[in-house]
Design a protein around this ligand. Structure first.
Ligand code: UDP
Length: 468
């Protein structure tokens, strides 16, 4: 038995650090805890230093990274790049010895693999790396698409997914706000195909999203919408990163000198960019609040996710984008970081007291796992839904009023920013969400440990794979 080969699974992730990380962290769990061998297929657009650094610094002898060249295509849309890049994958899969592959695990944008895998008898599983609420919405979207005429954003009432909390029109994700757009068509395409998977893993657990998870697993949802088994295995997040560059060391050394729980960490994900006007107000708001902060600053842009593909790339001196004299005036109180911070290390540091976040799902889970309350500043994709889950359902966040009634971004002034920051750093509301965040932190780690529900669920899935 000693020489019996380890069971082998393959992963396919679409580009972007936020997409790669949860799949890779699952791969790491499979090799370290469940004795698997992994081939990890990445569509490498070559333009994200953050993605490359992450994969390089987390190599594992039982994970083979297979870089797939992106399709040569002039259309920069993520959906098109992914779809065209995976069409030639049949030969790559064949070279992996498909008879011995126990499963292929894909993310939501890689559903084109169902065709590619036809006839290869590899069971395909989807790892839904966003919330269970978005999973429920996505499974229900084909029904909504049939039943609703006109735009969802014009509906007079919130959207009701069976058994789930209502979704305010304001919070609907970008991808479904214009049904005539290509973005909508692609999203619907992938959502409709989710249920072709043999099973769907989701990066959540009961205590974080009790209502949505109960709904998707219930008979009622199941009868109405044909759904494969759902396996909540979260919160899988990037584990603590090693601090290697001088730049990172400086950030950590600065944090070491601050008072426990006193620092607000401001970072808007891998892609988030503010308009120049909004960045100015944010800087003034922080300055007026007189709270300690670390602010990740990028070149302003009118498109909210302008940095998505180039995440982690360095840009010019961020000072030039900030109000005149800001850096000098806040010297000692705040630290301005250029483009990218070691987010996990910062969240894990005892000096960090709150996180002003765009509420991407990875950032959301990371804040929860490190017990840090959130000021929600949603920007793109489904972040408005996430911010609402955190504030209204989970009770670990306060939302910055960055949205108009129609869900459009509105300029938040410095006074308002000052008020919200003070409320979270010094006020009663801050105390409440901080203590709830500490509770969830315990629950998040417990569910991933032996005997915890996410741990046991993943074990059950791996046993299925080993049998296959
Ligand atoms: N991140 C980071 N440093 C930064 C900004 C982001 O390490 O300065 C990481 C963060 O820890 C998270 C990922 O990038 O793992 C962003 O994923 P998320 O789902 O939050 O948002 P996305 O960037 O996909 O919108």
């Amino acid at each position: 038995a000693e020489s019996a080969p380890k069971p082998h699974v393959a992963f396919l992730a679409s580009p972007g650090i936020g997409h790669i990380t949860p799949l890779y962290e699952l791969a790491l769990r499979l090799v370290t805890q469940h004795n698997f061998e992994v081939s990890f297929l990445v569509i490498n657009t070559g333009s994200s230093p953050a993605q490359n650094n992450y994969l390089n610094s987390n190599q594992h002898p039982h994970i083979r990274i297979v870089d797939l060249p992106p399709a040569d295509h002039s259309d920069p849309s993520l959906f098109v790049i992914v779809q065209e890049s995976i069409l030639p994958l049949r030969s790559v899969l064949s070279s992996l010895n498909p008879q011995t592959l126990k499963a292929l695990i894909i993310d939501i944008f890689c559903t084109g693999m169902f065709e590619v895998c036809k006839g290869l008898s590899i069971p395909v599983y989807s790892f839904f790396t966003a919330s269970a609420a978005l999973l429920a919405f996505s499974l229900y979207l084909p029904t909504l698409d049939r039943e609703v005429e006109g735009e969802f954003v014009d509906l007079p009432e919130p959207v009701k997914v069976p058994g789930c909390n209502l979704i305010k029109i304001q919070d609907l994700l970008n991808e479904v706000r214009n049904r005539k757009s290509d973005e909508y068509k692609w999203f619907l395409f992938h959502a409709s195909r989710l249920s072709m998977a043999r099973g769907i893993l989701v990066n959540a657990w009961d205590e974080l999203e009790p209502v949505s998870l109960k709904a998707i697993k219930s008979e009622r949802f199941f009868n109405k919408i044909s759904t494969p088994p759902i396996y909540p295995i979260g919160p899988l997040t990037k584990h603590i990163e090693s601090i290697s560059t001088n730049y990172e060391k400086e950030i950590m050394a600065w944090l070491d000198k601050q008072v426990q729980g006193s620092v607000l960490f401001v970072a808007l994900g891998s892609g988030g960019t503010l308009t120049s006007e909004q960045l100015t107000e944010l800087a003034w708001g922080l300055e007026l609040s007189r709270q300690s902060f670390i602010m990740v600053v990028r070149k302003p842009n009118d498109t909210a996710d302008a940095a998505f593909y180039s995440a982690g790339g360095t840009s010019d001196d961020p000072k030039v984008y900030l109000p005149d004299g800001f850096v000098e005036r806040t010297n000692g109180l705040g630290l301005v970081v250029n483009s990218w911070a070691p987010q996990i290390a910062v969240l894990n540091h005892p000096s960090t007291g709150a996180f002003l976040s765009h509420c991407g799902w990875n950032s959301t889970l990371e804040s929860v796992k490190h017990g840090v309350p959130v000021i929600g500043w949603p920007m793109y994709a489904e972040q408005r839904m996430n911010a609402t889950i955190l504030s209204n359902e989970v009770g670990v966040a306060v939302k910055m009023p960055v949205l108009g009634d129609g869900g459009e971004a509105v300029l938040v002034g410095r006074k308002e920013i000052e008020r919200v920051v003070r409320m979270v750093m010094e006020g009663e509301e801050g105390k409440k969400i901080r203590s709830r965040a500490k509770e969830l932190e315990v629950s998040g780690w417990a569910t991933l440990s032996r005997g915890g529900s996410s741990y046991e669920t993943l074990t059950k899935v791996t046993e299925l794979w080993k049998l296959d």
